[in-house]
Ligand binder design. Structure first.
Ligand code: 4AD
Ligand code: MG
Length: 433
């Protein structure tokens, strides 16, 4: 065992000669004379064969090797069309690093069981594939913003104001004080910083006390948010569209094997990078829902999941719905200068019924107007003094958006449930392991 290990993928690239690899036993089967081990590392898997004639004295140990045992293996690699990944290592030496007995996860286990054993289920090829796509998505977000002149900026997670509705706040016992919550968004602490850095972004956890059990809500999710200044409303949508195009481009470049494993139809993703997104106002959306989907929505009501689903199924690219009624949207959204009933806000709805992936808006930058909006929505403006100060000293047009990273991963991977888009999902019912 004096050769240094290389990854299984590197060993396969080498294709012949002696190699040393390390990993975990993904599958094993054996007979009196032969032991087959499928070894897994983070790159891929490879079939390894041990022959009794080479290891007669150690055969009992070899015969007992079970799945998830970690090992180092040295041997001769060669192409073999019968092997699952096209190569085989004929083992000449091995070392058991960490034995594993009776690994709890086998075939056909319930969703609940897999959730209880999430820490072990992360080793499945399915979770590995999703986590690799997730890593690409995070990388692409940072890359997009950094390449476009944004500073990375962070906001506190303990916050004393709400921005997205009091009903979904997680209260924290902060040394006996009760008016402290976990961040729902960075936004109210990000807006003050555009008066300094102008264009900023973050990728950070957000928390929502969602009481609903849906396939798209987590209580803790990763939130990619941006805020820009001196801009127009359209700039926000343009950045959102370019960001999503960049993410999907990167995933298609880097994660074809993972998408294949997840049986994701790439044709469903390609229009997103090739074609402009659909843009329509809320009022236009209601008309389309009525005419094409036979769904009647009363003007002024927010779009429900089922309506969003039906709307997005009409197109093969994300749909950006703008100019929602003021009363269904947050207090900080800018009133449309041409129509006081609607706001300059936008929701990006993913194709195939995956729902809202981005929510954004131009921000109301007039001090008196924003105070009025806070009061109308039952808030006490005196609690927002620090925020209102931003409008007192050199207020400028500004705006931004937030993108739910797991929602994007769910869509890009074509997952049924958002829970698989994050390593340890937190929902109303689950906060362990
Ligand atoms: O639409 P939301 O509530 O908007 C905001 O928080 C703004 N302050 C963002 C901003 O302008 N800076 O949330 C933004 C996005 C949604 O579009 C959705 O993708 C995601 O966050 N999201 C969730 N993802 C998973 N689980 C939940 N419970 C989510 N709630 C929102
Ligand atoms: Mg929203």
């Amino acid at each position: 065992m004096n050769q240094t290990s290389i990854s299984i993928q590197e060993a396969m690239n080498k294709g012949k000669g002696t190699v040393s690899v390390h990993g975990w036993v993904h599958r094993e089967r054996g007979s009196n004379k032969l032991k087959f081990i499928i070894l897994r590392d983070s790159t891929t898997t490879i079939q390894c064969v041990l022959e009794r004639k080479d290891f007669d004295k150690k055969w009992e140990e070899i015969d007992h090797i079970q799945v998830e045992t970690s090992m180092r293996i040295t041997g001769d690699i060669k192409k073999d069309d019968r092997a699952p990944t096209g190569y085989e290592i004929h083992v000449t030496g091995y070392e058991i690093v960490g034995p594993s007995e009776n690994f709890p996860i086998g075939k056909d286990q319930s969703v609940e069981f897999l959730a209880d054993n999430r820490h072990l289920w992360l080793r499945s090829t399915r979770m590995m594939a999703i986590l690799k796509v997730r890593s690409t998505v995070f990388g692409a977000i940072h890359e997009y913003f950094r390449n476009n002149g944004f500073y990375e900026y962070t906001s506190p997670i303990f916050q004393a104001v709400q921005a997205e509705g009091g009903a979904e706040l997680f209260h924290v016992d902060y040394f006996g004080k009760k008016d402290v919550f976990l961040a729902q968004t960075w936004q109210l602490y990000a807006e003050p910083a555009v008066f300094s850095l102008e264009n900023i972004y973050t990728v950070a956890p957000s928390f929502r006390a969602e009481k609903s059990k849906t396939s798209r809500h987590l209580t803790e999710y990763w939130h990619a948010e941006m805020e820009i200044s001196w801009n127009q409303f359209a700039d926000i949508m343009n950045h959102g569209e370019k960001l999503l195009k960049h993410i999907v481009t990167k995933v298609l470049q880097e994660n074809k094997p993972e998408l294949a494993l997840l049986q994701r139809d790439l044709k469903k993703l390609e229009p997103t990078i090739k074609k402009p997104f659909m843009r329509m106002t809320y009022t236009e959306a209601l008309k389309i829902l009525k005419e094409k989907c036979k769904m009647k929505v009363e003007w002024g009501k927010d779009l429900r999941t089922i309506e969003e689903e039906n709307l997005t199924k009409l197109y093969d690219v994300p749909v950006i719905v703008t100019h929602y009624p003021k009363k269904v949207k947050a207090f900080y959204m800018m009133e449309d200068p041409t129509n006081p009933d609607v706001v300059e806000g936008c929701d990006f709805l993913a194709p195939e019924g995956h729902g809202e992936i981005i929510g954004g808006s131009q921000r109301e930058h007039d001090l008196e107007e924003i105070k009025k909006r806070l009061q109308e929505q039952g808030e006490d403006p005196s609690q927002y003094e620090f925020y209102l100060d931003t409008r007192r000293y050199g207020s400028v047009p500004h705006g931004g958006f937030g993108m739910g990273v797991e929602r994007v991963v769910k869509w890009v991977c074509g997952l049924d449930n958002i829970k698989d888009a994050i390593p340890f999902p937190r929902t109303m019912e689950r906060y362990k392991p």
